[in-house]
Design a protein around this ligand. Structure first.
Ligand code: ATP
Ligand code: MG
Length: 271
């Protein structure tokens, strides 16, 4: 993980669709901002859900991540402020799907996002990257830029099976492209305590991944699902809801984790 002078850069990733990546990225960004952290949320998904959910109209932004990836704009020029969440957003929209094709022809095609982030990382405490539900060149750019991967997952029957593909990809990126990259934690989301199967799978995840599993569990909560249609992070839309409280707690748990690993790193003698 990074030292305290530069941002902690984390991907929120899971190649399964609809598992709560964007909800986690938006609410974590807002929760960290509530703790006075400087946060940049990068929308790496052409769906643009993290952009819209932060209260930014993806169709009217001047520039977006696409121009950044093809070298036509810097993040400093393309970023937009989420007034709702008090963090910055590097927006995305459908244009970004063209980046896959443009990147293939470029040198260092998996490094373009990292090169752009390097220019502004010192301005932030946290850079969060909301990945699309694929293991594509876009996601690879996210993984090549990050120190850590946060994996939101639902406690369902096939959850563990899908996870091994992601864990293998993280290992490959770690070995070949980005030695900084680590799986920093699994976050159980959309959890319903009344469902026995979910409790069983949750216990299985703890057995299998041990301290890589966050203690905080995000409940299934309708207020979190309603919030994006108001252009607000759930933690702002209804701060007293169970979902909002859980994401604030998760933000606190992550800040503690980061502090602990930074202290460990500083205590280690230089190589
Ligand atoms: P995609 O793979 O399409 O990018 P995703 O992994 O980013 O999806 P989200 O968009 O965050 O997933 O969530 C999928 C749906 O589930 C959304 O409608 C969202 O509002 C809802 N949702 C996410 N988390 C919760 C929760 N804890 N409780 C209730 N609904 C939730
Ligand atoms: Mg998403």
């Amino acid at each position: 993980m990074n030292n305290s002078k530069s941002a902690h850069i984390f991907c929120v990733a899971n190649q399964k669709g609809g598992v709560g990546k964007t909800t986690t990225a938006i609410n974590l960004a807002a929760a960290l901002a509530m703790s006075r952290k400087k946060v940049l949320l990068i929308d790496l998904d052409p769906q643009g859900n993290a952009t819209m959910g932060s209260g930014i109209d993806k169709n009217t932004v001047d520039q977006n991540l696409y121009q950044v990836l093809i070298g036509e704009a810097s993040i400093a020029k393309a970023r937009v402020r989420s007034e709702a969440g008090k963090y910055d957003v590097l927006p995305a929209n459908r244009e970004l799907s063209g980046a896959e094709i443009d990147l293939i022809q470029m040198d260092q095609r998996e490094q373009q996002l990292k090169l752009a982030i390097d220019q502004i990382a010192h301005e932030y405490d946290f850079v969060l990257i909301d990945c699309p539900p694929t293991l594509s060149l876009l996601t690879l750019n996210g993984l090549a830029s990050a120190n850590g991967v946060i994996v939101p997952m639902q406690c369902e029957y096939f959850a563990l099976e899908g996870l091994s593909d992601l864990v293998n990809t993280i290992k490959r990126v770690h070995h070949n492209i980005n030695p900084q990259l680590q799986l920093i934690g699994l976050l159980r989301v959309m959890f319903d305590t009344r469902v026995t199967l979910q409790q069983q799978v949750s216990a299985q995840i703890e057995n299998h991944f041990g301290d890589k599993v966050y203690k905080t569990i995000i409940p299934r909560n309708v207020r979190l699902a309603e919030a994006p249609s108001h252009g607000l992070p759930g933690v702002i839309y209804d701060r007293n809801s169970r979902g909002a409280k859980a994401y604030v707690e998760f933000g606190n748990e992550l800040m503690k984790q980061v502090k602990k690993s930074t202290l460990l790193e500083q205590a280690r003698p230089p190589r």
